[in-house]
Design a protein around this ligand. Structure first.
Ligand SMILES: *Cc1c(COP(=O)(O)O)cnc(C)c1O
Length: 356
């Protein structure tokens, strides 16, 4: 038998979550975000399950190429656009839609000689201050793109910094509405959090990511309550059991000391598999379907689970690190991070398979 750690991807969950996005989107078209290898679920696997989307958003041309190889004929949005003029030939070959977010990219488009013009998403920086043109520069940029023979349809886009939090979208939305008000172009604003919470952000295209993978974008609201199903279950097994007397230490740094007689299960999963090393004692974990806690430091290939109250669990017992029965958000919170990072970080050495 091989090492028992495996990431199972659930296509039915991806499909369910797309349907939830569709319900919230109404008439808006869905640009399913599958960057970062489909948030760690595998680009092709995610794409096949989300095939009913109206477009896919990726970060690299390589990802776009994989989608075209699969036979994807609908739009592919390149979220950071092109990085230099030389890349435009490959962009044309993959028929990508370019995000244009700074003046140099407009100059590249003006200098290029494509056979057919590019559809573009022109990005407004409405307050996130990462990518996009400032409100005062937006109209001039749009005028340049409109005049450029190498540009076809222009969609207006912006991105929210705090759609998942208390600040919400109102501040940015006010700026967006002011800048876009007299413009007659399609508009794309909403990420998952905005799509789920703010109807006013659902315009012509929405851009859900994390919700498609079954995780909640909100700190206080669980995915189940949003009708979302986890698309990845990371599971393993107990490979050894230790009995500790009160006062005995466990693992590297001897950071955990048993405060009573304990049974400890050693799980085949560690930080080299993508499990967060910052997840301290008390991180939730399922053994034989029962919720318990991790103990001590996560090491490279192993971590420990408290079996004291699960007497039936021995070597070979099934462990769920996250997924069905244990939201990845709960593990992320215990590790001081977000679900996105854990999903994207599942290591190459972890076998991935499709299944229910
Ligand atoms: C990643 C990304 C999204 C998706 O965000 P989620 O929070 O995962 O829904 C949407 N738009 C842009 C520009 C992105 O980079």
């Amino acid at each position: 038998m091989s090492r028992p750690l495996i990431a199972r991807i659930h296509p039915a969950a991806l499909q369910n979550n797309l349907a939830v996005a569709r319900r919230h989107a109404g008439d808006a078209r869905i640009m399913a975000v599958i960057k970062a290898n489909g948030y760690g679920h595998g680009l092709r696997r995610a794409a096949r399950a989300l095939w009913d989307a109206d477009g896919f958003a990726v970060m690299s041309l390589e990802e776009a190429g994989h989608l075209r190889d699969l036979g994807w004929d609908k739009p592919i949005l390149l979220l950071e656009g092109m990085f230099d003029v030389a890349e435009l030939a490959a962009c044309e070959a993959q028929r990508v839609t370019l995000v244009v977010h700074h003046a140099e990219q407009i100059a590249m488009l003006e200098q290029a000689h494509p056979v057919s013009p590019f559809p573009v998403f022109l990005k407004l920086n409405s307050g996130m201050n990462r990518l996009g043109f400032k409100p005062q520069d937006f109209h001039a940029s749009l005028a340049r793109l409109t005049a450029c023979v190498n540009v076809s349809e222009i969609t207006l886009m912006s991105h929210f910094a705090t759609a998942d939090g208390a600040a919400g979208v109102s501040g940015q939305l006010e700026i967006i509405q002011a800048v876009f008000s007299d413009l007659d172009h399609p508009v794309s604003l909403a990420n998952s959090a905005a799509l789920l919470r703010y109807r006013a952000t659902r315009r012509d295209w929405v851009r859900p990511g994390i919700m498609l993978y079954g995780a909640s974008p909100f700190a206080g609201e669980n995915a189940h309550a949003l009708d979302l199903q986890p698309a990845m279950t990371l599971s393993s097994r107990i490979i050894a059991v230790q009995t500790l007397a009160s006062g005995e230490a466990l693992g590297y740094g001897a950071s955990y000391i048993a405060d009573r007689p304990m049974r400890v299960g050693v799980v085949a999963c560690g930080y080299a598999d993508g499990y967060p090393r910052h997840a301290g004692t008390g991180t939730p974990i399922l053994v034989n379907g029962q919720r318990t806690r991790t103990l001590g430091r996560v090491s490279m290939d192993m971590l420990c689970a408290d079996l004291t109250d699960i007497p039936g669990a021995g070597v070979g017992a099934l462990v769920v690190l996250w997924g069905e029965g244990l939201p990845v958000e709960a593990v992320a919170a215990a590790a001081g991070t977000i679900s996105y990072e854990l999903l994207c970080a599942v290591a190459q050495r972890v076998p991935m398979s499709e299944g229910t």
